[in-house]
Design a protein around this ligand. Structure first.
Ligand SMILES: C[S@@+](CC[C@H](N)C(=O)[O-])C[C@H]1O[C@@H](n2cnc3c(N)ncnc32)[C@H](O)[C@@H]1O
Length: 225
């Protein structure tokens, strides 16, 4: 399966076999199909809100994976914010992937899932398009902890990938921590672009971004040290 660098990076970060993986906002389901094929999951769930996409994916899976029993995958046409995980007494390991949608929508979806499944232990793999700072601060305030974070460059754009848990992990930093490697040109470029973006907002009179600028400037000092 040919994945773009962003999806390939997410795939590589999934290094254990889960009982359930939910590929949310799956569209073509490329990532979930890859995970299913390489045996990273016992039961794969594909979720999208557009019925035509889900129907097409269902047909594709039936044709493409005739050797993979249908009990091992399921498609769902629903708003991810309403996702209710099946009741289970056996505490399955669950990974919920939300990639390729805006950060604001990602926050809404994660908050919806947490509200609909109180007390459930789950992991999230998130790769938002923009609004990474807001996503990080909101989810840290919801009590999510960090398992891993990586920065990936794809087609001249940069994406932060966050592997989070409702359980025990590291504190989730608002501007990122272990993902930065300032010996790499791309990391320095991404930090400069991010700082320039928030400085432009500050200049246009948006005073709330002042503390965001300060935090990225502190990183910039670390980068130049
Ligand atoms: C750009 S695609 C992302 C595909 C893939 N996850 C990726 O990273 O390449 C966004 C998909 O999110 C779906 N979507 C948007 N809002 C949704 C929601 N609230 N619930 C379920 N799916 C949603 C859209 O229908 C679309 O197929």
């Amino acid at each position: 399966m040919k994945l773009n660098p962003r999806l390939a990076h997410i795939d590589a970060m999934i290094d254990q076999t889960y009982d359930q993986i939910w590929d949310c906002c799956c569209d073509h389901g490329l990532l979930g199909r890859q995970l299913l094929q390489r045996g990273a999951v016992r039961q794969m769930h594909f979720v999208d809100v557009v019925p035509q996409l889900v129907d097409r994916l269902q047909q594709l899976l039936q044709q493409e994976q005739p050797d993979i029993a249908e009990q091992r995958w399921q498609t769902h046409c629903l708003d991810v914010a309403q996702l209710r995980l099946p009741a289970d007494t056996a505490s399955p390991s669950v990974l919920i992937i939300i990639a390729g949608v805006g950060g604001d929508l990602t926050i809404e979806l994660v908050q919806g899932i947490l509200a609909s499944n109180p007390g459930r232990s789950v992991e999230f793999m998130l790769c938002p398009v923009r609004q990474q700072y807001q996503l990080r601060t909101q989810l840290a305030s919801q009590g999510l902890a960090l398992l891993n974070e990586q920065l990936v460059q794809d087609n001249n754009l940069y994406y932060e990938i966050l592997h989070l848990t409702t359980g025990t992990g590291m504190p989730l930093s608002a501007v990122g921590d272990s993902m930065w490697d300032f010996s790499r040109e791309g990391d320095r470029d991404y930090l400069q672009r991010t700082l320039a973006h928030y400085r432009r907002m500050q200049r246009s009179g948006c005073s709330e971004v002042e503390r965001i600028v300060l935090q990225y400037e502190a990183l910039w000092l670390r980068c130049r040290a």
